[in-house]
Write a protein that binds this ligand. Structure first.
Ligand code: ADQ
Length: 624
C-alpha cells in the first residue's frame, strides 16, 4: 500500500466530474487510488504515477466519478492498492491539464516539498512594468516544476487595457475583511491555475483605475501605502482561507515577499498572527529587487497599517539631519522595507554582487548598517530568465528566428528593425540599443550627456526604448529630429518592441548607476547582442569582460564592462566594441556566440532558492 495526496481538482467532463492530480508521497510505483471499502468507484485517465522516493514523487491526472470525489475529499490522503487497480480500472483519454503537470519532469525535483506563497506588486504577463514582473512571472513556475506547491499573490489591476489579461482568473467567491486605514475593507480573490502555479489576484476598488500599478501621468498614486497594505494583509489570509484545488495551503508555508510593497507580510506574521498561535511554523524571506524604493511615509501613518502599537519600533525610521525639510522637522517616518529587513527570517537579493553592495555606505541607501547586522542571513541569487518567452529560435515578436548555429535570422531582424524605425538599412553600421525605465538608476544622464559626442564621432545607429522621466522623453524626441539618420527614441512601454530591439541590435548599452541584477543584458546575450555595461551589481556578475588575449588568443568574454561610471569610460568601451564589430568580425562572432551559449535559465536559481528556503525552516522564527 502507498498513500497519495490530492493536489488539486478541476472539472473534466459531465460524465467524470473532476480531474484530480495526485502526488505519490511514500515512493514506489503506483497506479490509481482505490478505496478498499468499495465506496469510491474511480476510473483512471492515465496511469503514469511513479513514486520518486522520499517526499517527491510523480504526479498525474485522473478522472473520477462524483461519488468518488466526495469520498476522496473527506480525507485528502487516500490509500490504494496497485493490484486492485489493474483488475478494476479502465483507461480513458487524456485531459488538457496533464501537459502542464508533466512539464517539469526533466527538471530535478525537490527532496522536501514546500508550500510557497509569492507576494508581489506586479507579475508578467498580467501587470509587468519592469524586472520584478518578469521574475514574478517565471520564478514561481520554476519552483513549481521542482515539485513545490506555489501560489502567487498580486493585485488584480483593472484599467481597461489590461482587463483581458486577467480574463482567465475566476472569482473564488471568498471575501476577506481587512482592518486597516481606519476602516473595514473587503477584498475578493480571483484564481487561475497555470503552469503548475496558483495565480491569485486580490480584488479591490483601489486597484481599478487608469495608469500602471504604481501611478499615472501625474506621478505615483497618493494611496499606494493603502493599496499595498491591503495586498500584504490579503496575502497573509490567502493560504489560510482559499481552498485552491480543494484544499488550503495552510499555516506551514514559506512567504517570498518582494520589495516594499509586500514588506508588511513578515511584520504581520509576528504582530498579528503568531500571538494567536497562527503561522508559528511558517517562515518568510524578503527578496530585495531594488533598495531605492522603501515605502517611506510619515510616522503618523503607522496607526493605519493594522498593527499593534508596540510594533512601531520595527517600522520606525528617522531621516538624517540633512534630509529634513526644516528646523522643526524631526525626520520621523515609517519605512516598510526596513520593517521587513528586521523581521523576515532571511533576506535575498537578486545577485551576489548586489548582496554585498547593499551592506556598504555607497550602496545601502541608508539601510546598510541594518543589512550588515543581518549578514549571516543575507544571500544573493542571480535571476534567471524565462527562456520560453525570450528565445531567438522561437520568438513570435521578431521577424526571423535564429539560433547559435544559424545567425542569418539576426541579420534580417536588424534590417527589419531599421525599416520599422525608418533608419537607413545598413547591415555594416553597428546598431546600439537601450531599453529601460528612464530613471536615474539606469544612468540615463550619462547617455543624454554623452550622446552628442558619440553620434558625432562614430558611425552608428542608436535606438532607445523607455518611459519615465519627462525631460528625457522630451530629449529623445529632440535627438530624433536632430539626428534623423542615426537616432530613434521610442517613448513608451512596449514588450514586442523590446524583443525586436534586443534581436535587431548589435550592442546593448546599460550604464546603470546601480543594478541589483538586470535582465536586459541576459536577454541581449541570449539573442547574440553584445552588452556594454557599467561594472556594478548584477551586471558585473553576469557580463564577462572581453579579453582578446585569453585562451591562447582565441579570446574570452561576453561583452564589455566599464568603470568608473563616467562618459569617458563608457565611450571608450563603446569605441572598443565598434572597432571590434567593424574590423574583427570573427572575434565579434565569438563574443556573440559565447553569450548565446550561457545558461541563464531559472533551473539553477530555483535550486538555490530552495536551499535558502530550507535554511529558513532550520532556525526558529526571527520575529515572534
Ligand atoms: N519601455 C519598455 N518597454 C518594454 N519593456 C521594457 C521597457 N522598459 C523596461 N522594460 C522591460 O522591463 C524589464 C526591466 O528589467 P530590469 O531587470 O532591467 O530592471 P528593473 O529596474 O525594472 O528591475 C529591478 O528588479 C529586477 C528583477 O529582480 C532586477 O533585475 C533589476 O536590477 C532591478 O532594478 C525588462 O524585461 C525590460 O525589457
Amino acid at each position: 500500500m502507498a498513500s497519495v495526496q490530492i493536489l488539486r481538482s478541476s472539472i473534466v467532463s459531465p460524465q467524470f466530474t473532476r480531474g484530480l492530480c495526485f502526488s505519490v508521497r511514500s515512493g514506489g510505483t503506483a497506479n490509481f487510488p482505490h478505496r478498499r471499502n468499495g465506496a469510491a468507484d474511480c476510473t483512471a485517465l492515465r496511469e503514469t504515477v511513479s513514486g520518486g522516493g522520499g517526499g517527491g514523487g510523480g504526479r498525474s491526472v485522473f478522472s473520477v466519478s462524483a461519488d468518488a470525489v466526495k469520498e476522496l475529499e473527506k480525507d485528502f490522503v487516500v490509500h490504494f492498492n496497485a493490484d486492485q487497480y489493474e483488475k478494476n480500472m479502465g483507461i480513458l483519454n487524456l485531459i488538457e491539464e496533464e501537459e502542464e503537470i508533466v512539464e517539469g519532469n526533466n527538471v530535478d525535483k525537490t527532496k522536501v516539498r514546500h508550500n510557497i506563497v509569492f507576494v508581489t506588486s506586479e507579475v508578467a504577463p498580467y501587470s509587468k512594468t519592469g524586472g520584478l514582473g518578469d521574475v514574478s512571472g517565471s520564478l514561481p513556475i520554476a519552483l513549481a516544476a521542482r515539485g513545490h506547491r506555489v501560489m502567487v499573490v498580486s493585485p488584480r489591476y483593472i484599467n481597461g487595457s489590461t482587463n483581458e489579461r486577467f480574463a482567465s482568473a475566476k472569482d473564488v467567491g471568498y471575501r476577506s475583511t481587512i482592518y486597516c486605514f481606519e476602516g473595514e475593507h473587503q477584498v475578493g480573490y480571483f484564481h487561475e491555475y497555470r503552469s503548475g502555479v496558483d495565480w491569485v489576484f486580490i480584488d479591490h476598488l483601489s486597484y481599478q483605475r487608469a495608469g500602471n500599478p504604481y501611478g499615472d501621468e501625474n506621478g505615483a498614486f497618493g494611496d499606494n501605502q493603502f493599496r499595498f497594505t491591503l495586498l500584504s494583509h490579503a496575502a497573509c489570509e490567502a493560504p489560510l482561507v482559499l481552498p485552491l484545488g480543494g484544499y488550503t495551503y495552510g499555516e506551514k508555508c514559506l512567504f517570498l515577499v518582494n520589495d516594499w510593497h509586500a514588506s508588511l507580510v513578515p511584520i504581520l506574521m509576528g504582530a498579528k498572527y503568531r500571538p494567536h498561535g497562527v503561522y508559528r511554523d511558517a517562515r518568510s524571506i524578503l527578496v530585495i529587487h531594488n533598495l531605492s524604493h522603501q515605502g517611506v511615509e510619515p510616522a503618523t501613518t503607522f496607526q493605519s497599517l493594522g498593527l499593534p502599537s508596540n510594533w512601531y519600533g520595527s517600522l520606525e525610521w528617522v531621516f538624517p539631519n540633512w534630509a529634513r525639510k526644516h528646523a522643526l522637522d524631526k525626520g520621523e517616518a515609517v519605512n516598510l522595507l526596513k520593517g521587513a529587513i528586521v523581521t523576515a527570517d532571511r533576506i535575498l537579493t537578486v545577485s551576489q554582487g548586489y548582496a554585498w553592495e547593499i551592506t556598504t555606505v555607497e550602496g545601502g541607501q541608508g539601510l546598510n548598517e541594518l543589512l550588515t547586522s543581518r549578514n549571516n542571513t543575507l544571500n544573493g541569487i542571480t535571476n534567471g530568465i524565462d527562456i520560453s518567452d525570450w528565445d531567438p529560435s522561437s520568438d513570435n515578436y521578431i521577424s526571423s528566428c535564429y539560433s547559435l548555429h544559424d545567425l542569418s535570422g539576426k541579420v534580417k531582424c536588424k534590417a527589419d528593425l531599421q525599416r520599422e524605425l525608418g533608419l537607413p538599412i545598413r547591415p555594416d553600421c553597428p546598431m546600439v540599443g537601450f531599453i529601460g525605465r528612464l530613471d536615474y538608476q539606469k544612468g540615463i544622464d550619462l547617455i543624454t550627456s554623452a550622446m552628442p559626442e558619440i553620434l558625432q564621432h562614430n558611425d552608428i545607429q542608436f535606438v532607445m526604448l523607455g518611459s519615465g522621466d519627462p525631460s528625457t522623453e522630451y530629449w529623445m524626441n529632440e535627438m530624433e529630429s536632430r539626428y534623423r539618420d542615426r537616432f530613434r527614441g521610442w517613448v513608451g512601454f512596449d514588450v514586442s518592441v523590446s524583443h525586436r530591439i534586443t534581436a535587431g541590435c548589435d550592442i546593448l548599452l546599460m550604464p546603470s548607476r546601480f543594478e541589483p541584477c538586470g535582465l536586459n543584458q541576459l536577454y541581449a546575450m541570449r539573442y547574440g547582442t553584445v552588452p556594454i555595461v557599467h561594472r556594478t551589481g548584477g551586471l558585473k556578475d553576469t557580463v564577462e569582460d572581453f579579453n582578446p588575449f585569453a585562451d591562447e588568443g582565441r579570446g574570452r568574454g561576453t561583452g564589455w564592462s566599464f568603470s568608473p561610471l563616467s562618459n569617458e569610460s563608457m565611450i571608450q568601451s563603446l569605441k572598443f566594441a565598434i572597432e571590434t564589430y567593424k574590423h574583427h568580425q570573427p572575434t565579434w562572432k565569438g563574443i556573440m556566440k559565447r553569450g548565446m551559449s550561457k545558461d541563464f535559465t531559472w533551473d539553477h536559481a530555483a535550486e538555490q532558492y530552495e536551499q535558502v528556503i530550507g535554511w529558513a525552516f532550520i532556525d526558529p522564527p526571527y520575529s515572534s
